[in-house]
Design a protein around this ligand. Structure first.
Ligand SMILES: C[S@@+](CC[C@H](N)C(=O)[O-])C[C@H]1O[C@@H](n2cnc3c(N)ncnc32)[C@H](O)[C@@H]1O
Ligand SMILES: *[C@@H]1O[C@H](CO)[C@@H](O)[C@H](O)[C@H]1NC(C)=O
Ligand SMILES: *[C@@H]1O[C@H](CO)[C@@H](O)[C@H](O)[C@H]1NC(C)=O
Ligand SMILES: *[C@@H]1O[C@H](CO)[C@@H](O)[C@H](O)[C@H]1NC(C)=O
Length: 836
């Protein structure tokens, strides 16, 4: 008895029997599931077929020993695995090999983009490595017309039974330009098959090793794809080297495959283009590796790593294949050749645009390298961080960061692993911009010569500036997600028609977001932004959800308004107010109904007064609150209007809370009243004030929306090249200023960012100095503040600026603009007067 038990336990301890046992359990679960879900008689036949397919699949995958004919060759092993299931291959893999359609959509979008921008000089050639039954090639038809788009398509696969299925498929479809080649991926050479190569060369190419430097094929593939085949090729180094040489210098490679990886392996790499969900848990790593080994599928992370090392990353994402409640990790990679010949030259060009320095042509650069004296002087030149990083990568023979392989280098490389970027937890705070773009336009009068640096926020105002066609716009934000949002807007203008742009950003919902992202917007996004939106876009824009404007930190404010509306029964009044056709009608609804509730004292003290809420919902830090409190105290002390206006006292030099807890609540309440009352009293929500309309109803209307959402704006911004003057920086303002060439900018829009500095800290002075250095003479700074007379204006005055308050909420009740959220608006102009 004891020996029987011991024997049993020994059997169970053997990993193979464990996996077999697990397989049987899985099969039983699947059977039960299928039986239970198909109770209708008419479905029994379908069930039987499915069962037969999955039964054969399960048998060949997990139970049938596949040893080949003992010659040890890979082809025999493959045949023993695939010959009995070639006919049911497609039916059984549809659920398991997920992401193939997405990969094809992504490379298809890249090719279409190249065609539309005249980057394809001839019809492209596509090679599908390990293409199996040719499913991918038929699937591609939903993206492109395979027969007319491609000059030729090669399916290369080592399994003759799968090749046979593929041949039958293309015979049935009648596609003459598709060629099925039953050959090892490591020896396949395009020049052996493409016409135009004479016989002597053909002989030569067969014996040519892929490892040699000049081994690149004379004929290159414009598209190379590998779906779930890389993990099946035992010697992957030579296979990847071989496809590297197969790719034409301008070609694209797309890979989708299973993987497992621990974060310590990729943590220090700056070229992988984003790592959301890349790390796999220990259980998952061990289990999936062992499981797939049974099928000779190798999930070892070195395969993916080597792909990323050999190619430049354009897009990269990590997904999970959901199957019967399990989650198998897989990745999609889209890359290009990692040419190094021209890299430095390209880097210089990108860097010049980032730092606004004049671009030194390659010849000058050459002269500089030859002449050590000139070189020394150029080393004091300011370089962007992106440039410095790229140079280090080149020096250590690594690929450049993904940002350098984008078709339009709008987004500038940043180190996403830094804590200062990660503190935002992949969430933007503002889903919409909370500064009046019309006032900005009136105050700034942007012309074609202006070089603007502005905070990104939600990007709405950046797009408004772009409508004026300035020479260049630098959008800066420390929070990567804010920049992802701007990138999405830019990509939408570059690739979608007005209806879709309106649905995305006017309504905030779209029923086909994922399709638009993969097929249209992906060529225009950085890898990080693409990855972000692939993960979060579908829930964000889901038509049955609440839409874009109920995401991000600002959703708390919208939620509160909507919640109060329902709770206190003024939801209808809020809607009526947003539909009122005249100011009088609007004022009446406001005063009689809405105001009473929204501005109740109760709310002011208990909700708005709490620091946590303020920070989360409105983004108000304690330094800003101190200003509000002091201005309030001063108003109480000196009620006469002229006294306040003339007062030179600075706001915000004290500590928050210094005025006492009750006063502090009152101050905030008063600030809120002074924001809302004049705005509602003076601007019409139904037609003119989309800012408050959005807050009350959570959406824009066709009549009332930001400038960049008009059909006219779409025509302007959708023109090719219309947004090429935009550069998106992810860093602190101070860092970006520090890397700019002196006197490069004409306008800096700082919003209320300086309110966040502490009056005792050195930041304000340093920032004013940096702005002075970067601005041209006569250049202007536009900023807003919660204080009437912010303390840091002195810093500007001491650093060569003339400051002017162009709007203020004095006397109380004044409406400064449609948002009316800030107590004062300032323009600081750089003048030479200090020097003279
Ligand atoms: C899991 S299948 C994927 C097939 C197809 N790409 C798909 O997505 O359905 C892996 C394929 O790689 C092929 N393969 C494995 N090693 C190969 C090699 N050395 N050269 C060419 N093909 C190979 C196998 O024959 C098999 O068809
Ligand atoms: C953006 O892409 C277009 C088309 O490839 C190109 O003409 C343009 O120069 C690119 N702009 C930048 C800034 O790279
Ligand atoms: C609203 O505007 C009207 C007319 O401009 C003015 O008479 C009234 O005092 C204002 N009310 C408030 C609360 O500001
Ligand atoms: C402001 O910048 C200019 C150069 O653009 C410089 O000459 C001047 O000294 C700076 N002013 C101060 C106060 O630093």
């Amino acid at each position: 008895m004891a020996s029987l038990a011991a024997d049993f336990f020994r059997r169970v301890a053997d990993p193979f029997s464990q996996v077999t046992l697990a397989t049987w359990c899985l099969i039983i679960v699947v059977l039960a599931y299928l039986l239970l879900s198909f109770t209708e008689l008419s479905l029994l036949r379908k069930t039987y077929n499915a069962l037969r397919h999955y039964g054969t699949f399960a048998y060949t995958c997990f139970l049938k020993p596949h040893s080949g004919d003992n010659t040890g060759k890979q082809q025999d092993a493959l045949e023993s695995f695939y010959s009995s299931q070639a006919s049911i291959y497609d039916a059984t893999r549809a659920k398991l090999l997920q992401g193939r359609e997405d990969m094809l959509a992504l490379v298809g979008a890249q090719l279409k983009n190249r065609r539309d921008t005249d980057q394809l000089s001839k019809k492209p050639i596509w090679v599908d490595i390990g293409g199996g039954t040719g499913w991918n090639i038929e699937q591609m038809q939903s993206q492109l017309d395979v027969q007319t788009f491609f000059h030729a398509v090669y399916l290369v696969d080592l399994s003759s039974s799968l090749c046979e299925v593929a041949r039958q498929r293309f015979h049935r479809l009648g596609w003459k330009n598709v060629h099925v080649i039953c050959e090892d991926a490591r020896t396949f050479r395009l020049s052996d098959y493409e016409a135009g190569v004479d016989d002597s060369q053909r002989e030569f190419s067969i014996g040519k090793s892929v490892y040699e430097e000049d081994a690149r094929d004379a004929v290159g593939a414009d598209l190379l794809t590998m779906s779930y085949s890389l993990s099946m090729i035992p010697e992957f180094h030579s296979a990847i080297d071989s496809i590297t040489n197969l790719l034409s210098p301008t070609g694209i490679v797309g890979v989708v495959d299973f993987y497992v990886q621990n974060q310590i392996e990729f943590q220090s790499r700056n070229y992988i283009g984003g790592a959301i969900d890349r790390h796999c848990m220990w259980v998952s790593r061990v289990f999936w590796r062992t499981w797939f080994e049974l099928d000779r599928v190798n999930l070892e992370s070195a395969r993916r790593d080597y792909i990323e090392y050999k190619f430049g990353t354009i897009l990269s994402t990590n997904r999970r294949c959901r199957l019967f409640g399990l989650r198998i990790p897989f990745y999609i990679f889209v890359g290009c050749t990692r040419s190094t010949a021209n890299s430095i030259h390209q880097l210089e060009a990108v860097d010049a645009a980032v730092t606004e320095s004049p671009f030194i042509s390659a010849l000058d650069l050459h002269a500089q390298t030859l002449n050590p004296k000139v070189r020394r002087s150029s080393s004091t030149e300011r370089r962007s961080k992106a440039y410095d990083t790229a140079v280090i990568n080149l020096a250590s023979s690594l690929p450049l960061p993904a940002a350098y392989y984008q078709s339009n280098k709008t987004r500038i490389y940043y180190d996403e692993t830094l804590q200062k970027h990660r503190q935002f937890n992949d969430e933007y705070i503002y889903a919409f911009t909370w500064e009046d773009s019309r006032t900005d336009a009136r105050l700034l009068k942007i012309t074609g010569d202006d070089v603007i640096l502005a905070l990104t926020s939600a990007g709405d105002n950046i797009l408004s500036y772009a409508l004026e066609r300035p020479k260049r716009i630098h959008a800066v934000d420390l929070n990567p997600a804010q920049n992802h949002l701007l990138e999405l807007k830019v990509a939408a203008f570059r690739s979608l028609d007005y209806q879709d742009v309106w649905k995305l950003f006017g309504v905030g919902k779209h029923e086909n977001f994922q399709k638009l992202l993969l097929e249209n917007m992906s060529p225009h996004l950085s890898s990080q932004a693409f990855d972000y939106w692939l993960h979060l876009g579908t829930p964000t824009f889901n038509p049955s959800g609440k839409g874009l404007y109920f995401t991000g930190g600002s959703r708390h404010a919208l939620r509160l308004v909507s919640w109060l509306g329902s709770l206190l029964g003024i939801k209808n009044d809020m809607r009526r107010m947003c539909e009122a056709q005249t100011l009088n009608e609007q004022r009446e609804i406001w005063n009689k109904r809405v105001r009473r509730v929204l501005l109740s004292q109760f709310l002011a003290y208990f909700v708005i007064g709490s620091e946590r809420f303020l920070w989360k919902a409105l983004g108000v830090p304690s330094e800003q609150r101190a200003m509000i409190e002091e201005d309030y105290k001063r108003q109480l002390d000196r009620p006469s209007v002229s006294a306040i206006a003339a007062s030179d006292e600075k706001s915000g030099v004290g500590q928050p809370g210094q005025v006492g807890a009750t006063k502090s609540g009152q101050a905030i309440w008063n600030y809120g009243v002074q924001t809302l009352d004049p705005a509602v009293n003076n601007t019409l929500l139904s037609e003119d004030n989309h800012y408050y309309r959005l807050c009350l109803l959570g959406e824009y209307s066709r009549k009332c929306h930001p400038d960049y959402l008009t059909p006219k704006a779409h025509i302007k911004l959708a023109q090719p090249g219309a947004l090429d003057n935009l550069r998106i920086h992810t860093d602190e303002l101070a860092e970006v200023f520090a890397r700019m060439q002196p006197e490069a900018l004409t306008i800096a829009v700082l919003m209320d960012s300086m309110d966040w500095f502490s009056p005792t800290g050195p930041e304000a002075d340093a920032q004013a100095k940096a702005v002075n250095r970067s601005l041209k003479l006569g250049g202007r700074v536009l900023l807003r503040s919660a204080g009437l007379n912010p303390w840091y204006m002195r810093a500007f005055e001491m650093n060569g600026f003339v400051t002017k308050r162009v709007a203020a909420r004095i006397p109380p009740g004044t409406c400064t603009d449609r948002v009316n959220m800030y107590a004062s608006t300032w323009i600081c102009t750089k003048t030479a007067s200090l020097e003279q």
